[in-house]
Design a protein around this ligand. Structure first.
Ligand code: PMV
Length: 322
């Protein structure tokens, strides 16, 4: 029996991943860029138990059946193939962020699972290989392997689609917890519907590829205003795209939209603040660390807020036998 524990944090994309080019390998249609948070970690322990007849998933102390367990089993199959093992495992995971509420629990979850499973099955993977592995669990998880700011290259194939660190200015993210409930349409289903039905999807791909180039240049130059502007525009384009599906999907709630408006008002007062949101109603405001308290105070009547600085990449905490 071997056991390993790993921890990873969610990441929030400044330039979003929305749409797969290859669903089997989780290759994205475009590259994306993110900041890994220093809040809401997921901690996962994988115990390889040769006598077991199927993989078990325990999430927050509750044994899971159905799709969540099957997703983990399919992911562990990749690790088993790479390590030459057929042994099943018990996976215990603790999230500190509400699951499936558009706060990237799948990113921290599959990044922590990739690290713990690779260590438990005895695979010695470097950061790039871990990012590729995590990507196959959930696309955005490829970026949670990396500390601070990351670019996930779209790549041409499995080997070239991974995340790596990029330079960026000092930024904080103020997370506004608008709604902690599970979202009604998963990002997986919504992405599929977007690719299949949105007339705007081709324009999203070309404009996002351009936004990513611009965002990387702005980040390297330390230009917070330019990077923030690209972030907000890209987020609103993604939500417009999602709303253009048939049948339509809308993740932003009236409160989310009000927070976007408050952020515009903050800018009019001279505060460099920019809003983004993933596939859910929660909004994340990007600003300089010195402005984070001002930003939080401007929206805390609408939602609870949690402020984050750039956080660490995936860490293996423990391996037995070592
Ligand atoms: O990795 P997934 O399948 O949970 O998709 C994440 C999609 C967004 O969070 C909306 C955007 C992103 O780049 O993280």
């Amino acid at each position: 029996m071997t056991r390993a524990t790993a921890r990873a944090h969610p990441n929030i994309a400044l330039v979003k991943y929305w749409g797969k080019r290859d669903a089997a390998l989780n290759l994205p249609a475009t590259g994306s860029m993110s900041m890994t948070l220093d809040v809401f970690p997921t901690t996962t322990t994988v115990t390889v138990e040769p006598g077991r007849d199927r993989d078990e998933l325990v999430l927050g102390g509750v044994v899971q059946q159905g799709v969540p367990r099957e997703r983990v089993e399919r992911f562990l199959d990749l690790v088993r193939t790479a390590s030459g093992s057929s042994a099943r495992a018990r996976v215990e995971t603790e999230n500190t962020v509400p699951s499936a509420a558009g706060l990237a629990s799948s990113a921290s979850g599959f990044a922590a699972l990739a690290g713990a499973a690779a260590a438990a099955y005895g695979l010695d993977l470097d950061e790039r290989a871990l990012s590729r592995l995590a990507r196959q669990g959930s696309g955005s998880a490829s970026r949670s392997i990396i500390s601070g700011f990351a670019v996930w290259h779209a790549g041409d194939d499995d080997a070239s689609s991974f995340a790596e660190a990029v330079p960026a200015p000092e930024l904080a993210m103020v997370v506004a917890m608008v709604d902690r409930r599970e979202k009604s349409v998963s990002s997986r289903e919504a992405m599929r519907r977007t690719v299949d039905t949105s007339p705007f999807y081709p324009a999203w791909i070309t404009s996002t590829a351009r936004s990513l180039e611009d965002a990387l240049a702005a980040a390297a130059a330390g230009d917070v205003e330019r990077l923030g502007g690209i972030t907000e525009t890209n987020a609103l384009r993604m939500h417009a795209l999602i709303q253009s599906c048939d049948p339509p999907i809308r993740y932003l709630s009236p409160v989310s939209v009000e927070i976007f408006d408050r952020v515009v008002a903050l800018r009019a007062e001279g505060v460099a603040a920019f809003a983004t949101a993933d596939a859910g109603p929660n909004v994340v405001v990007i600003c300089r660390p010195a402005d984070a308290a001002t930003v939080a105070a401007a929206i805390d009547d609408l939602a609870d807020t949690v402020t984050s600085l750039p956080g660490p990449g995936m860490q293996v905490l423990d391996r037995v036998p070592a």
